[in-house]
Write a protein that binds this ligand. Structure first.
Ligand code: ATP
Length: 235
């Protein structure tokens, strides 16, 4: 389990996350949902060691990993698919995937299994990264991250700007990734995809957790949570 205990993070003097606590088991899908600028990307960066904590602790089970950097945390099995996807434009689809296998943990996800999960990539194997559509780039970024065989996959707004049919394919693959034993932290701006996949949700606003609960709790408080995501929390 990864746990954040009352962590705070700053950009310069500006507080971006304030006393956030959350815990995520390696076997679950948890969503972090919030408006533009709520702090979602910063929270993923704090989870993976890309932002120093100015207060609080980051724990992996009983181990305090607050001081570990991003490479050390990646070695513990946490992989991030960033919102900008970071595909190498001059490398082919296959070459981009092979980069994901460098220093990877052996496990379920091989290049062949990634191509089975994303037949579209199989059809585009020799295409350059810059010749792919947004949806194909997202599939490639996810496939490359899976090749590390992470214990937990952090996805930053993976469905943003994609056509509904592509979103459906991604949802299907995320469910398969989960079935194969990888936990998922799914960041989104609305509840549409999280409601299909996640067992629990955290809502962020102004750098704070303003609501958290299970899907059953969400159903019971749907109007309140939707208002947090549209008009925000009172500060
Ligand atoms: P979005 O949905 O737009 O990606 P977000 O919820 O991911 O938003 P963050 O990107 O984490 O939000 O930003 C949280 C706050 O930190 C915002 O006020 C943002 O302006 C600020 N911020 C983010 N990155 C930086 C940076 N590199 N330097 C200074 N401030 C930043």
């Amino acid at each position: 389990m990864i746990q954040l205990e009352r962590i705070s993070v700053k950009y310069g003097q500006a507080l971006a996350l304030e006393e956030i606590s959350l815990q995520i088991d390696f076997h679950e899908i948890v969503a972090i949902v919030g408006r533009n600028g709520a702090g979602k990307t910063t929270l993923l960066k704090a989870l993976i060691g890309l932002m120093p904590l100015v207060a609080g602790r980051r724990m992996l089970g009983d181990q305090d990993i607050s001081k570990l950097d991003v490479e050390a945390i990646a070695k513990l099995g946490v992989a991030l698919v960033p919102d900008m996807r970071r595909i190498f434009p001059n490398l082919s689809v296959l070459e981009n995937l092979k980069i994901g296998t460098i220093g990877h943990q052996p496990g379920h996800w091989t290049v062949d299994r990634v191509l089975e999960a994303f037949p579209r990539l199989q059809e585009r194997l020799s295409f350059g990264g810059d010749q792919l559509s947004g949806g194909e780039q997202q599939m490639l970024a996810i496939g490359r991250a899976l090749l590390a065989n992470p214990r937990m996959l952090l996805l930053d707004e993976p469905t943003e700007g994609l056509a509904p049919v592509i979103v459906e394919q991604l949802v299907h693959v995320f469910a398969e990734v989960h079935r194969q034993g990888t936990g998922i932290v799914l960041v989104e701006q609305n509840l549409k995809v999280p409601m299909k996949l996640a067992q629990r949700q955290y809502v962020l606003d102004h750098g704070q957790v303003v609501w958290s609960g299970t899907n059953e709790e969400l159903d019971a408080q749907r109007a309140h949570v939707e208002s947090l995501l549209t008009t925000g929390a009172a500060v």
